[in-house]
Ligand binder design. Structure first.
Ligand code: FAQ
Length: 305
């Protein structure tokens, strides 16, 4: 391709992005754009599939038949999301086998939150409420992403994810209004899943390798910190409504900003967990489990591994 032709195609691509048109598989796109969309979509697809595992662990231990049926349907949906996303990513010219191989070789990532163990039934509530809740905040924004197949996959995924979030919140609500022990179990799950949920949005904008370019391409429509703030503002009143306490002494409403301020995220823990630190050492009776990041994880009394 001549330099002139390349420039013409680049201008055409830039104009489409500026005019809010979607980039389609048959369209010319810069190599870096293709690489970045593929990285994000394959990471997203892997997260959906790996994300089935902590919940899959609880299918045989769901407390009632109805809870089991709901959990099964929810986990199947996550598998389906992975499949739409692999199909959408294949339109960029890579096969599903190559994406899965990259995952197995450690070249592709998945959301680090799925390295944390699901220790009690309340974790099914916390995962739905917080993990799906954080995923939706991001995915609603991605419905307007510039890559057509990704944006269309997000529309269907958001509808299903919204049911997932509600079923999780409903589990938490029932536990929080139950016996003292059930309420303690719900609080323990919130304590363990809150900070990892905030980490799902990725590093702060100033530390985020890809955000600036992805925003310019309208691949990302809101930055990691903007999305994280939306999630916090939404989750805090939800916790208050069911009478649970967020595990963050620095969390408070900031009248001037019109948002909640919150405490510092432990990024050392994030990077340790991203790089595979997830092994759980079973405690001796009554001593706490340690999270992959070293935080206290509840006791053997609550765990049903
Ligand atoms: N975990 O430059 P940035 C779900 C990596 S779906 C691990 O800010 P970017 C459904 C990042 O890859 C949840 N690694 O990156 C469900 C990069 O490393 P690289 C998944 C992370 O892409 C619920 C480096 O850090 N959702 O949960 C994470 O611009 C319940 C620098 O980061 C999506 O994937 C992380 N959390 O922004 C299923 C949404 N964050 O690749 C079952 C789509 C960052 O250069 C049960 N993805 N890294 O080696 C995105 O929106 C973006 O990729 C972000 C990260 C926002 C996650």
């Amino acid at each position: 391709m001549t330099e002139q032709e390349l420039e013409r195609r680049q201008q055409e691509f830039d104009a489409k992005v500026a005019n809010e048109e979607r980039i389609e598989p048959k369209d010319w796109m810069p190599d870096d754009y293709r690489k970045t969309v593929l990285r994000q979509m394959s990471q997203h697809a892997h997260s959906e599939v790996i994300g089935m595992q902590p919940e899959g662990n609880w299918i045989t231990r769901a407390p009632t038949l109805s809870r089991k049926a709901i959990l099964l349907a929810k986990i199947q949906d996550e598998g389906g999301h992975g499949l739409y996303l692999y199909s959408a990513a294949e339109t960029l010219g890579t096969s599903r086998e190559d994406m899965v191989e990259a995952l197995h070789l450690g070249k592709a990532k998945y959301a680090s939150i799925f390295n944390y163990p699901a220790l009690t039934w309340a974790d099914m509530g916390a995962i739905g409420w917080l993990v799906d809740g954080a995923a939706i905040v991001n995915q609603v924004s991605l419905q307007r992403t510039s890559y057509g197949p990704y944006s269309r996959a997000m529309i269907r995924i958001c509808k299903e994810e919204s049911f997932h979030q509600r079923q999780g919140y409903q589990i938490m609500l029932v536990l929080a209004r139950g016996s003292t022990e059930q309420k303690a179990m719900a609080q323990d799950a919130l304590d363990r899943w809150w900070w990892p949920s905030l980490m799902m949005f990725g590093p702060h904008d100033a530390e985020s390798a890809h955000t600036a370019k992805s925003m310019q391409w309208k691949l990302k429509r809101e930055s990691n910190d903007q999305l994280r703030q939306k999630f916090v503002d939404q989750a805090v009143p939800q916790a208050e409504f069911i009478g649970l306490k967020m595990p963050d002494p620095d969390l408070h409403w900031n009248e001037d900003r019109g948002h909640y301020d919150f405490g510092k995220i432990d990024w050392d823990e994030f990077w340790r967990v991203v790089s595979g630190d997830g092994a759980l050492q079973p405690p001796t009776s009554g001593t706490p489990y340690q999270s992959p990041g070293g935080r206290r994880l509840g006791t053997r009394r609550h765990a049903c591994l």
